[in-house]
Ligand binder design. Sequence first.
Ligand code: NAP
Length: 251
Amino acid sequence: MINLFDLTGKVAIVTGANTGLGAGMAHGLADGGADLVFVSRTGSSKVKEEVEKKGRKALDVIADLSTTSSIQMIVERALREFGKIDILVNNAGIIRRTPAIEFSEKDWDEVMAVNAKTVFFFSQAVAKDMMKRKYGKIINISSLLAFQGGILVPSYAASKGAVAQVTKALANEWASRGINVNAIAPGYMSTDNTKPLRDDPVRSKSILDRIPAGRWGMPDDLKGAVVFLASSASDYMEGHVLVVDGGWMAR
Ligand code: NAP
C-alpha cells in the first residue's frame, strides 16, 4: 500500500524549531522522512543533531525574522544545500502580555512583524520556488486566538487572526499552482510561550478545567497534524485551519 504520509526525499523549512512546538514538528517531519532547514535567532544545534541521528540531513540557519530582510538569504541557502523546498512551516512567533489600555505601539508592531508579516513574505519567497515545480506545502501556525480574543494579548490575537486569513487568501491564489496552504491552530500547549499561564495557579486551573483531554498539549501532539498537512494525505485540503486543542473549542 502507498504510504500517503511518507515524506522521504522532501525538504522542509521550519522556523523557530530550536524549542517548543517547532522542535516537536521538526521531529515529526524527520520521522516522516524529510530533510530539514531550521531557522531561529539562537540556533538549533540540539534539534539538528537529533534529526541527523535519525538519518536525516539538516541545515541550521541563524536569522532574525522580526524583519523580512533575511528571508531571501534563508531561501537561497536552503536551495543551495538541497536544490528545492517542498514544505514550509511558519512557526516562529512571539507574545506580549499587557492590559489593552496600556498596550504599547512597540509591542503591537513587534508581535505583528514576526507573527504575521514574516509569515506572508516567507510564504511568498518560498512559493516562487514551489511554483516552478507545481508542488508545495505551506503550513502556518495560527492559534485558538484566531477564533477567540484571549486575555491581555491583543496584538497576539490580531496576529493569529491574520495568519488564519492569510492562509485562506494564499490558498485561493495558489491551490491551482500545486501549493497547499493550510494552518494549524494549537490549543494550550506546554512551552516557553505559555509558562506565565502555567505559573499562575488561577489561570492554569481555569484553562485546564476547559480542556476535555484534561492536560496541556505537548510539542509531540502536533507531529501528526504537521505530517498530515505536509504529505500527500492532504493534497485536496486548501485554506483549512486545523485545530489541535485537546477539545478546548468543543466545550
Ligand atoms: P516558544 O517556545 O516561545 O518558541 C518560539 C520560537 O520562535 C523559538 O524557536 C524562537 O527562536 C522563534 N522566534 C521568535 N522570534 C523570532 C525571531 N524574531 N526570529 C527568528 N525566530 C524567532 O513558543 P511555542 O509555544 O513553541 O510557539 C511556536 C508557535 O506556536 C508560535 O507561533 C506560537 O504563537 C504558536 N502557538 C503556541 C501555542 C502554545 O500554547 N504554546 C498555542 C498556539 C499557537 P529563538 O529562541 O531563537 O528566539
